[in-house]
Design a binder for this molecule. Structure first.
Ligand code: HEC
Length: 233
């Protein structure tokens, strides 16, 4: 099981920030920098979203994983900020084949449950698949995470907007636990944190002039080949 807490610098007291539902959210001080800068300053952040991924063999026939998320809703009754988290929904499969046309025709992605009573702005992904309030709307939890593999990824994690809906369906297939999306890639079993960690480690080690061969022995060549690709989200 993995749990990810997502914080934001957006402020419920500032109308233009558009987050009135984050009132009374969990606050933490963090040492943050503006995007693409390393000029860090302590700032107050608020808990916005809590993502949960669970490996469960009872779902092996579909993907072997469950992905669900919670959003903070300051209007929900509850004694602590964690009591005031509202479930957004849960997916056990990526509803292969389901397109925006199916949605327009009145259908819903079959391999998920969405909480229609969430009480905050509901921000879903492609063809109303589940994703979190700050996730990319062209995707879904499993479309980004399914087939998570070591960088460099042969397929980018988000489909290009210029592709047709039929072409985009490649990103919404059910991929078994422990299997990478592309043949020849090494699976990290749905963990994108490990993928980012490997990429950052390589970049750090190279910046330090580290002798990767001494660190990695015979695998050095393979480690060096774990390229650095841009994040799309
Ligand atoms: C646009 C792509 C994208 C979408 C959509 C997405 N994630 Fe992630 N997720 C990532 C990336 C990249 C990371 C690793 C880096 C980070 O944590 O920021 C990550 C990290 C995580 C982690 C930490 C564990 C790990 O190793 O990956 C969890 C748990 C998680 N996401 C759950 C979810 C859930 C649940 C959803 C849907 C509600 C979701 N994610 C949607 C890209 C995405």
């Amino acid at each position: 099981m993995a749990i990810k807490l997502l914080f934001t610098a957006a402020d419920p007291a500032v109308p233009g920030d558009g987050v009135p539902y984050l009132k009374n959210s969990k606050e933490w001080q963090a040492n943050i920098a503006p995007y693409k800068s390393n000029d860090r300053q302590p700032a107050r952040l608020r808990l916005l979203q809590v993502d949960i991924a669970v490996r469960d063999a009872r779902n092996d026939d579909v993907t072997g994983w469950l992905f669900g998320t919670f959003v903070c809703n300051g209007n929900k009754p509850g004694a602590t900020p964690f009591d005031r988290l509202a479930p957004v929904g849960l997916m056990w499969g990526d509803s292969p084949g389901f397109t925006p046309a199916d949605l327009s025709a009145g259908g819903t992605p079959p391999q998920q449950w969405i909480n229609t009573q969430v009480g905050t702005y509901q921000h879903l992904g492609w063809a109303d698949r589940i994703n979190g309030p700050v996730d990319n709307p062209a995707s879904s939890c499993m479309s980004c995470h399914g087939g998570g593999a070591e960088p460099p990824l042969k397929t980018p994690i988000i489909p290009k907007s210029t592709l047709s809906d039929q072409e985009k369906l490649k990103w919404f297939e059910n991929i078994e636990a422990g299997v990478a999306r592309d043949a020849g890639s090494i699976s990290l079993d749905d963990s994108l944190q490990l993928a980012v960690g490997l990429r950052n480690w390589k970049s750090y080690a190279q910046g330090q002039g580290a002798d990767l061969k001494a660190l990695a022995g015979d695998d050095a060549e393979e480690l060096l080949n774990r390229g650095i690709e841009a994040r799309d989200d």
